[in-house]
Design a binder for this molecule. Structure first.
Ligand code: C2E
Ligand code: MN
Length: 402
């Protein structure tokens, strides 16, 4: 199967330009052995490369390229299959954009092409060439510093409670603004009495018992929150949308439980998972109405996972969305994930919807998202969910350079 990969990267400052020619010569030889062909563009700072050949060989070469320390911020822009090679004539050809005009480079690249593609840019891969040469992509390629330029310094905010004796308990995980050094909210995540997962808590329940247990557990969450030093921070809880539909008077029960624990409705966010919302939209709307009347904030959790995300936003605008972890994982390396995130951010800005991202495990993920304008982060990198209390938070701090 003929596979194409296009990536973009940045040359390390420590690598002299004159080394590039010999790098290309070595790459060209290797590519020929592996039956890979390709084109490399260089503009004095960035590389843009198209590789094509048998799938396994292209993947293997690309992983070796990702590990090469002479460049960094490697972002995969395209991974696709094609019926024929675009550049069959060469092992690896280099075009230095500093030496030619835009038109000359584009024409030269086209001239290298095999006949099938020679005269047309009506092909995604070739379109990427023109966007790189003309510079349209530049605004969306963030120059993030290496992960080693940050320390993570743990604070002493950890607090533990005695586990409640009520059939369930909660772990709490902060949502933080790392640059401002602020905690925005804590999310209460349900656990069984012995600390097992939400799945373990729900999976022995059947029918409406699921919803009853979901609602009843919130009383425990609020009681724990009252004992924790949340101060003015927001408190996020998760609910199945059907819990508010199936249990008569559910919102009033929530409000009573809040009042009993001296928590104001405005301090609370109810998170609904996108998939469940999409499949029960009418019921969900009714439930949301009563929450909003009471002053409680609403968030859509796992946004982007249900495939209905954008349709959902057209029908209902929550106070906040939490983006699905699969869109965040390794975002610093993926052009498609980056483009989707930028579109979501743009859309939410226009609608004044707050965004948080969940499941941040790597400094690079955080840095890319921070560069894209995200401010609210939740993830094991900063603080994992902490059973019966609040975890210490690891705050990023820039290393001072000597
Ligand atoms: P969620 O609301 O998306 O919660 C985030 C989940 O991601 C939590 O898993 C959290 O521990 C995990 N997480 C956070 N940061 C990271 C990270 O950096 N890496 C990884 N691998 N995971 C991370 P948890 O606590 O197992 O909860 C799973 C799901 O269970 C929640 O997903 C939520 O949808 C549901 N859930 C939790 N509590 C309740 C509840 O009280 N009621 C209902 N109906 N559902 C709940
Ligand atoms: Mn959640």
């Amino acid at each position: 199967m003929l596979t194409t990969i296009i990536y973009r990267s940045r040359l390390c400052n420590s690598v002299p330009f004159k080394d590039i020619e010999s790098m290309v010569a070595a790459a060209s030889k290797k590519n020929e052995q592996e039956n890979i062909t390709g084109i490399l563009l260089f503009n004095g700072i960035h590389f843009f490369q198209l590789l094509e050949g048998p799938e396994d060989a292209v993947k293997a070469i690309y992983s070796a390229i990702c590990e090469d320390v002479r460049h960094y911020n490697v972002v995969e822009l395209l991974f696709d299959y094609a019926p024929a090679r675009r550049f069959g004539k060469t092992g690896m050809e280099l075009f230095d954009l500093r030496e030619y005009s835009e038109e000359k480079v584009l024409q030269a690249v086209l001239n290298q092409g095999t006949t099938r593609y020679q005269l047309t840019y009506n092909d995604r891969a070739l379109q990427f060439f023109s966007s790189f040469v003309i510079g349209t992509y530049n605004a969306n390629y963030f120059e993030i510093p290496p992960a080693e330029s940050w320390h993570l310094i743990k604070d002493e905010s950890s607090v533990s409670l005695y586990p409640p004796n009520e059939g369930c308990t909660f772990a709490f995980q902060p949502i933080i603004d790392p640059m401002a050094g602020d905690v925005i909210a804590y999310e209460a995540l349900i656990r069984t009495e012995n600390g097992s997962s939400p799945e373990a808590f729900f999976n022995h329940l059947e029918g409406d018992d699921i919803y009853r247990a979901d609602l009843k557990s919130k009383k425990t969450a609020f009681a724990m929150a009252r004992m924790l030093p949340l101060k003015e921070k927001l408190l996020s809880i998760n609910l199945l949308p059907m819990t508010l539909v199936k249990i008569p008077d559910a919102v009033n029960i929530l409000l009573d439980d809040l009042a009993a624990n001296q928590i104001v409705p405005e301090q609370v966010i109810v998170e609904f998972t996108e998939l469940e919302v999409i499949s029960n939209f009418d019921e969900f709307s009714a439930a949301v109405k009563s929450l909003k009347y009471a002053g409680i904030n609403v968030a859509i959790d796992n946004f982007g996972a249900g495939g209905g995300g954008l349709l959902l936003l057209s029908r209902f605008q929550p106070d906040r969305i939490k983006i699905h972890r699969d869109l965040i994982e390794n975002i610093h390396k993926s052009g498609p994930q980056q483009s989707i995130l930028l579109a979501i951010i743009h859309c939410c800005r226009l609608l004044e919807i707050q965004i948080s991202v969940v499941g941040i495990e790597k400094i690079e993920e955080w840095m890319w998202l921070e560069s894209a304008g995200i401010e609210h982060f939740q993830g094991n990198l900063f603080a994992p969910a902490y059973l019966n209390g609040l975890p210490a938070i690891a705050w990023p701090e820039k290393k001072t350079l000597f």
